[in-house]
Design a binder for this molecule. Structure first.
Ligand code: PLP
Length: 367
């Protein structure tokens, strides 16, 4: 989707805040810990390239979810290590190798498939993924992993890292967390030599289990000023939001009592009311379920009234405002603010999903 530059709806990305959030997390971790910034899904909607460049001096590398996301960074001249957390189809491994992009090895079967292609993958850097309880990707049996290690040797791949991923690091009950941690540690104990990178911590693990990091952490959500537990666990430090979402009034009118607003006439004015229209809608990620929620105008909370359309939405204003008046959908305006978590709570999801909802049609402006 092309971004709509000539429309006054946009995402403001706060790069300095992202840097400071990273600093905060790292200040609470053992000093030798290094960070890989997780910039998958366009850095959770904040813009992968801009975030990667912003953090270049603060991180040891980046994590992405697939080869295309890695290529975006490499082709833009980013030279840091990049690790793909998902599975790369074996036919694309030589491209990863040529561009010095590290891949995840999660099964013997995949490695055998890579070998049977008959390509020379010498030097391809690999992080082995151990499934200690997340149940998504990774080795679950040591003998299978040993065979993979031998095959890696034979194929002259470089065993650069080993990692696991926790399923419940953002929960109060840490029983499964402890189990996963012990399984991973036992796995490491069996290795004759540890690879360069040993990592297990996402944001939640880095924040609430900071004593269990190995030598690298993979930080996503917290960088963007989001609490990975939602509202369940308090953050031990302050973070700042990584983005705001703004639009402006492009139509303002006074309507009589009983006026109908929007598709399906789900809203009727109860008195003489001022209604404002904004050029933003569900095609931008302002999902229809946000009907009844609020935006901020001139420091005041205004209700979203009527159905949210694909490209437009309507709000009830306390009084007349001129065309071009700024509307804050996410962020601060006067003494009021609306957070990504507020949206998430209202529509019944997690803050991760909210930032991923914001589509490419919204230009990202950086400050
Ligand atoms: C997305 C992801 C992360 C980052 O998780 P956050 O909770 O956003 O910090 C870390 N590791 C893996 C394997 C992931 O898929």
């Amino acid at each position: 989707m092309i971004d709509s530059e000539h429309r006054p709806s946009y995402v403001q990305v706060h790069l300095e805040a992202i840097s400071e959030n990273l600093e905060q997390v790292m200040a609470h971790l053992p000093r030798k810990t290094q960070a890989f910034a997780v910039v998958k899904a366009d850095a959770y909607g904040h813009g992968a390239l801009a975030v990667a460049r912003q953090l270049a001096g603060q991180v040891a590398g980046y994590c992405v979810s697939n080869l295309d996301e890695a290529l975006e960074l490499r082709q833009a001249g980013i030279e840091h290590p990049i690790l793909i957390l998902g599975i790369v189809p074996v036919e694309h491994l030589s491209l990863a190798e040529q561009l010095n992009i590290s891949v995840t090895l999660a099964s013997l079967e995949w490695l055998e498939a890579a070998k049977s292609l008959g390509q020379d993958l010498t030097g391809l850097t690999v992080h082995a993924k151990i499934d200690t309880g997340m149940g998504r990707l990774g080795f679950r049996s040591w003998p299978e992993f040993e065979q993979a290690l031998e095959l890696m040797d034979e194929m002259k791949l470089e065993f650069e890292g080993i990692f696991t991923h926790f399923a419940t690091a953002d929960e109060k009950d840490d029983l499964l967390f402890q189990e996963q941690w012990h399984r991973f540690s036992a796995w490491l104990d069996r290795l004759p030599v540890l690879p360069r990178w040993v990592h297990a911590s996402n944001s939640a693990t880095s924040i609430w289990h900071g004593d269990t990091v190995f030598n690298m952490v993979r930080l996503g959500d917290i960088l963007y000023g989001l609490n990975p537990s939602g509202r369940l666990l308090d953050l031990p430090f302050e973070v700042q939001s990584g983005l705001s979402l703004y639009s402006e009034l492009n139509h303002v009118k006074q309507v009589e009592v009983g006026a109908t607003i929007g598709y399906g006439t789900t809203y009727r004015s109860e008195e003489t009311e001022w209604i404002g229209t904004l050029p933003v809608g569900y095609a931008d990620g302002v999902v229809r379920r946000l009907q009844g929620f609020t935006v901020l105008v001139d420091g005041q909370v205004c209700e979203i009234v009527g159905r949210i359309s694909m490209d437009q939405m309507t709000i009830r204003l306390p009084k007349a405002y001129p065309l071009g008046t700024k509307v804050t959908l996410l962020g601060t305006c006067g003494d009021q603010s609306i957070s990504v978590q507020d949206w998430a709570d209202y529509i019944g999801t997690i803050n991760y999903e909210v930032v991923c909802l914001l589509t490419d049609r919204l230009p990202r402006r950086y400050e």
